[in-house]
Design a protein around this ligand. Structure first.
Ligand SMILES: NC(=O)c1ccc[n+]([C@@H]2O[C@H](COP(=O)([O-])OP(=O)(O)OC[C@H]3O[C@@H](n4cnc5c(N)ncnc54)[C@H](O)[C@@H]3O)[C@@H](O)[C@H]2O)c1
Length: 333
């Protein structure tokens, strides 16, 4: 490894790959060594925008001069690429989820462990400045013991139907981030999952076998509770809020708006809509997430969120899917 610089190969130059690619190119301790995409024009455009080079995924994995790989392909390719990168001796950052099948994730993590590779998962919300500060102050004991975690997570509009059909369903595709956040804030593993889902936004989502509106309750062995409220619709922008209620008070983080401007008149107060979607709302989080991966590779800082975090969120997503389907509480080990 070149002293003090991690040379990274990016596989997948789509929506999220372009964000990570630009952040790598701008990072003082990283170099975007190569970009691969199944669509050559996508790789070429990102390489041109970042001063990087186009290679195919195989040659990135085989290149000894590349220290780490960032995987941003569609989900069904993640586990295979993680395994191949780990076997090739690379540090790996993989976008969420590792796979839609928990058994496949377990096998993949076993292989990563055997290879002794570093693996970080893209649960970017942990790196949002407000959410990360909330967690730090919680751990510092500012509101005493955690009792209730409330997560509000609503997309501005549903994704295209062909995406819905192969997404694994709202609980695995969208709420996976919230399951990770619930674990992060509870500080304990949930053991009980209750869930309900409805189709209130678009009947075509129901026809595709999914829900677009859902609520989940999680309970830990000591009785701490997390409630998650999710929708594929929010008319006022991307709605991402968290409250943690503790024995001695409350910590709350609200939405981000384009400006802090408010107009007040006889009708009330009017301010900007919430930021449009994840690319805007979590722009800083993606940069901090990359910082954390670079520090893990170069300085040996602990990896977080880990592959195990990816697995545990997936197990909760599977349990919620089953709880909503059956109407029964699902216990998780
Ligand atoms: N953490 C987050 O905030 C976040 C946000 C969006 C997406 N994601 C995750 O990131 C992944 C990608 O999502 P996206 O929205 O960027 O999708 P996308 O479809 O925009 O991009 C995927 C890219 O991978 C490329 N690709 C497909 N097969 C390939 C292959 N064999 N080799 C190389 N490239 C290949 C496609 O051509 C495309 O450019 C998904 O797993 C998704 O769940 C995470």
């Amino acid at each position: 490894m070149t002293t003090g610089i991690v040379r990274i190969g990016l596989i997948g130059a789509g929506r999220i790959g372009r964000i990570h690619g630009a952040n790598m190119a701008a990072h003082p301790r990283a170099r975007l060594a190569a970009v691969a995409d199944a669509v050559p024009a996508a790789a070429e455009a990102l390489a041109a925008a970042t001063g990087s080079h186009v290679r195919d995924a195989d040659s990135i994995l085989e290149e000894p001069e590349i220290d780490a790989v960032v995987i941003c392909t569609p989900t069904d390719l993640h586990a295979d690429l993680v395994e191949r990168a780990a076997k090739a001796g690379k540090a790996v950052f993989c976008e969420k989820p590792v796979d839609l099948d928990a058994a496949r994730i377990r096998d993949c993590l076993e292989m990563v462990r055997a290879a002794g590779a570093k693996l970080m998962i893209g649960f970017n919300r942990r790196f949002d400045p407000s959410f990360s500060m909330l967690e730090k102050r919680l751990r510092a004991g500012e509101i005493g013991a955690v009792e209730l975690v409330t997560i509000l997570s609503r997309d501005p509009a549903p994704p295209p139907l062909d995406y819905v059909a192969r997404s694994g369903g709202l609980f695995r595709d969208m709420m996976i981030h919230d399951f990770d956040m619930a674990r992060f804030l509870l500080g304990e593993e949930p053991v009980e999952v209750h869930a309900v889902g409805s189709c209130l936004v678009d009947p075509a989502i129901g026809k595709a076998g999914d829900v677009d509106t859902a609520a989940v309750l999680l309970k830990t062995a000591t009785g701490k509770i997390a409630q998650i409220s999710c929708s594929r619709r929010a008319t006022y922008g991307y709605d991402q809020r968290i409250e943690v209620h503790g024995a001695e008070g409350l910590l709350a983080a609200g939405n981000r708006h384009a400006t802090t401007l408010t107009r007040a008149d006889a009708r009330g107060y009017i301010s900007d809509r919430a930021l449009p979607f994840f690319l805007e709302r979590y722009a800083e989080a993606y940069r901090h997430e990359l910082d954390s991966f670079v520090a893990a590779v170069l300085d040996g800082a602990p990896i977080s969120p880990s592959g195990e975090d990816g697995l545990r969120a997936q197990v909760l997503a599977d349990a919620a899917t089953e709880a909503a389907r059956s109407g029964k509480t699902v216990q998780v080990g």
